[in-house]
Design a protein around this ligand. Structure first.
Ligand code: PEP
Ligand code: MG
Length: 310
């Protein structure tokens, strides 16, 4: 069934002049994965694996993880799926890790930082992911959350390859990683921008706090400029750079992101068709023009208006 108001689309993300932009889904459980497949997503750009660990007093075994991941991967046999390793801490506290009380959890030991001291947790998860990939036949890549430097990216890629997984990437959700996108991309096979956290850290504004929500607007020109740096690094290295934060779900913003050099967009299943159909109505040159207008705007609201009118 077509989502209300969304035009039909071919099922392949491509602009009117043939520029390819994969339209992928974000999933966090088997039900989401089925909804994403039914919506026509070309694959999964962000599989959040925390569901497997939430409410667990102990770390799930490799076998338990393998079965849980395989259930999510199952509808995507032969299709690309990017599995994100555990993103614990801050807005996703996990009991089994016995997190230390930190004065600023969003700036603490979270995301990939947890894995530096607990390499076993990461290695067991990677083993489970490799097993689930084999079980499901999905084309699995793995990426790490909350990477800040190219050195961290290289460390992660080495562990992924040691686990026998072919493709390793990292999320760009810390401004430092966006500013060194070129070096980060040189260390891995791909990156994916998490606009929810990238906005939070760029504006020093808690993503869960309504009082600062205006700063976390994905149309903020400063955020778009950082994404533009990632797009330029993707072009320079010839490697893919996706966006998997909420920003990718807005069809107008999807044009801006495409114009900034982003090569895939990953979103909630409900937005897949509208974003795919929207891309098919514009050329890459249109996207580049809209992106330039948005990036040059003085405010988020002005960026939105400029994109609509350009
Ligand atoms: C993000 O930060 O934009 C993201 C996609 O990851 P999460 O929302 O799971 O932190
Ligand atoms: Mg994030």
């Amino acid at each position: 069934a077509t989502a209300a108001g969304a035009a039909e689309w071919s099922g392949t993300g491509v602009t009117a002049d043939g520029h390819r932009v994969k339209v992928l889904a974000n999933v966090g459980a088997p039900t989401d994965a089925r909804a994403a497949a039914e919506a026509g997503a070309e694959g999964v750009g962000l599989f959040r694996t925390e569901f497997c660990y939430l409410d667990a007093d102990d770390e799930p075994t490799i076998e338990q993880q393998r079965a849980a991941y395989a259930a999510v991967l199952e509808p995507f046999r032969g299709k690309p799926v990017i599995v994100r390793t555990l993103d614990a801490g801050a807005d996703k506290p996990l009991a089994f890790l016995d997190p230390e009380v930190e004065p600023n959890p969003a700036l603490g030991v979270r995301g990939v930082r947890v894995a530096f001291d607990r390499t076993g947790v990461l290695d067991r998860q990677l083993e489970a992911i490799a097993g689930a990939a084999a079980d499901s036949g999905a084309e699995v890549s793995v990426m790490a959350p909350m990477v800040a430097t190219a050195e961290e990216a290289a460390w992660f890629a080495e562990r992924v390859r040691a686990a026998g997984i072919a493709r390793a990437g990292v999320m760009i959700e810390v401004p430092a990683a966006a500013l060194s996108a070129r070096e980060v991309l040189e260390a891995v096979d791909f990156v994916s921008v998490g606009t929810n956290d990238l906005a939070q850290y760029t504006f020093a504004a808690d993503r869960q706090l309504g009082a600062v929500a205006k700063l976390n607007d994905p149309w903020q020109p400063a955020l778009l400029r950082l994404i533009g740096l990632v797009g330029e690094a993707a072009k320079a290295t010839g490697k893919p750079a996706g966006v998997c934060g909420e920003a990718a779900a807005d069809p107008l913003l999807a044009r801006v992101l495409t114009g900034l050099g982003v090569t895939s967009l990953s979103m909630n299943a409900a937005s897949v068709r509208a974003v795919g159909a929207g891309l098919a109505t514009v050329t890459l040159a249109d996207c580049e023009r809209v992106a330039q207008a948005a990036v040059a705007a003085p405010t988020a609201q002005a960026a939105r208006t400029a994109a609509k009118e350009s």
